[in-house]
Design a protein around this ligand. Sequence first.
Ligand SMILES: [Zn+2]
Length: 456
Amino acid sequence: MPEPSVVPLPDRPPFRLRARLISPLADGSTLNIDDGLVAVDAEGRIASVLGAGAANDADLAGTIDVRPWVVLPGLVDLHAHLPQVPNAGLGYGLTLLGWLDRLTFPTERSWADHALAERLAPAIFRAFAAAGTTTVLGYGVVYEPAMDAAFRAAEAHGIRAILGKVMMDRITYDATIDPSTIVSRSVAESRRLAERWHGAAGGRLGYAVSPRFAISCTAELLEASAALAAELGCWWQTHLAEDPAECDEVARLFPASRDYVDVYERAGGLGPRAVLAHAIHLSPSEEARVAAAGARIAHCPAANVFLAAGVMPLASRLAAGITVGLGSDVSGGPELSLFGVMRAGAYAQQARRALVDGEADRYGDALGPLDWLRLGTLDGARALGLADAIGSIEAGKEADLIVVDPGLTAALEDDAAADAALLADPELLVSRLIFRAHPEMVRAAWVRGRRLEGPS
Ligand SMILES: [Zn+2]
């Protein structure tokens, strides 16, 4: 494919892009405009979306033409661990609990030195933006100063970030704590961070109260964390039923609970502000109760196959009415790119359909490329309760956008015209972006019309 004639991309609003536009829409359909215009106003909102054929001279004046590049909604990563980004790709062959000990806890402990967090956090947000992620719901570490450093870096970078200090009062890597005060201290630190950062940068930053998971939290800490999130109107995130050994250990630690979901129900954590990572090994009753509570699932298929945790019955979760988005779970997952997560998810679900009796008959067609794109954009926004603001290319929404270069995904270099003709079908184009994702195909990313550092 030819390069766009005008390469300098806008750094701040207002601006108008002329490009191929593809986006999920709230009514379940897909916006696909071969030659489209998206206008971003001075406040960073999408002012209009239309086909260039319907545009008048005023619409076209000053337009930055990036064709044949494609503008998509920015990707929403519902589950990532910021300090683990340097470990991405390490640890294949380990299982969850061994991986935590060997790689994850030592890495997170290193952020006790908040100067290290200060140094790494800006590069971490640039890496998310380079992958096309414009919103990240992330876990940090147990240390308050390092979390302040992470929030400051997100504020300066421009990414949309909802972050939380990890809360753990057993099996923790923080050697400095006094067991008699750990719960009150963890809650107090989380409260201070939430008061400083929840809603900061005009609502671009948010706080998620983040008890790690039931193995590393007592019932007392879980309950206090849920109460804090409810009091402050923050999100509440944790891990649920990722790995069979984890589920066995939770059953041992919480003998009074009838199952894993019950541990979080008793804590008062489940509701529309709860984002539960993984949720692979659930009974039908647990699935129904997660759905009834309105809690959301961060589906992390790349991590789940990488750590041999299992394959979530995605079709069943969706049929139950649960809002599901995608998470990289770096570095349980090996890569930041949600396009890569979509690819892992598509392969894993196809394997489920082949191997699990009745799966294909019960749930109908497999998800297609546009369905996976929707999970990584608009459904992620819905999971966060932000679908009125982000997740699709629609007038009135905030301009969280990316532009991708599909030419980099072609297998042959010298047949650009034929390739462009093939990719006229949005299903085929997005299939290419998922199954032949190129590390540099995201050429730019904007949040509220402000360009993010990261994409090359
Ligand atoms: Zn995780």
